[in-house]
Design a protein. Structure first.
Length: 237
């Protein structure tokens, strides 16, 4: 397991509001403190989320958008793009690849962080079909779509020139090989996760679960007792 190196700009592409916070909010907070610029692109509207049947379902997308903006503020992210796809119905389409390519070309990141396109059978809840689709489409956008001047030529007409991303981090991959030491950023991660209040019927249980994940990951990364880590699969592109 190898520690991650620092880059200048990271684009995070996640299927739902809260996905980045569960998977990577500690790392994002650390990167921003170190001077890295981080941008979020949230693919779906989150409309199928929540636990309270009394909430008007038509209001859920706006609730989740507000919660994601609040969570982003907690870790220091200023720019959040919402692509607006329907929650629970995401598929790898040419349109989705084009929309993610547009975001990559707009922000021109050194690194992209996205969800694993491979199902994790030991943590099945991390392998929601939307997660898998968002991860697969993002990898296709990184290579070859965003860098190829002859793919999605309409993006060039919109003013978005091709861009090559240096590397990709996959969160929730079944075989991670890299880690970020987020010791000291546990509380801010928990705060970001709990900002998604519509998703947590038992906030204390959620907090305990998140802290346990970070501790277990620290052990896998070889950190000292009391440390915290987030794990990733590193892909050179």
């Amino acid at each position: 397991m190898e520690p991650l190196g620092q880059v200048g700009r990271v684009l995070v592409v996640a299927a739902h509001p809260d996905d980045v916070d569960f998977g990577s909010a500690g790392s994002v907070a650390k990167w921003i403190q170190q001077g890295t610029e981080v941008i979020y692109a949230i693919v779906t509207d989150g409309g199928a989320g929540g636990f309270d049947p009394s909430v008007d379902r038509s209001k859920m997308p706006s609730i989740r958008r507000s919660e994601q903006l609040a969570a982003a503020k907690v870790v220091g992210v200023d720019q959040v793009d919402f692509l607006g796809y329907l929650d629970g119905e995401l598929e790898v389409t040419v349109q989705l690849r084009r929309d993610i390519s547009r975001v990559i070309r707009r922000y021109r990141p050194d690194r992209v962080l996205c969800q694993s396109p491979e199902r994790n059978l030991t943590r099945i809840f991390s392998s929601h079909p939307d997660h898998l689709a968002a991860g697969s489409a993002t990898l296709s956008a990184v290579y070859p779509d965003a860098r190829n001047p002859f793919t999605f030529v309409e993006l060039i007409e919109e003013g978005y020139q091709p861009h090559s991303v240096k590397d990709v981090l996959l969160q929730a991959h079944p075989e991670p090989d890299s880690y970020e030491d987020v010791t000291g950023f546990v509380d801010v991660k928990v705060k970001a996760v709990l900002a998604h209040a519509s998703q947590h019927s038992d906030p204390q249980r959620t907090e305990n679960m998140v802290r346990s994940w970070l501790s277990d990951a620290a052990g896998r990364a070889g950190l000292e007792l009391g440390g915290a880590a987030e794990l990733f699969k590193y892909v050179a592109t």
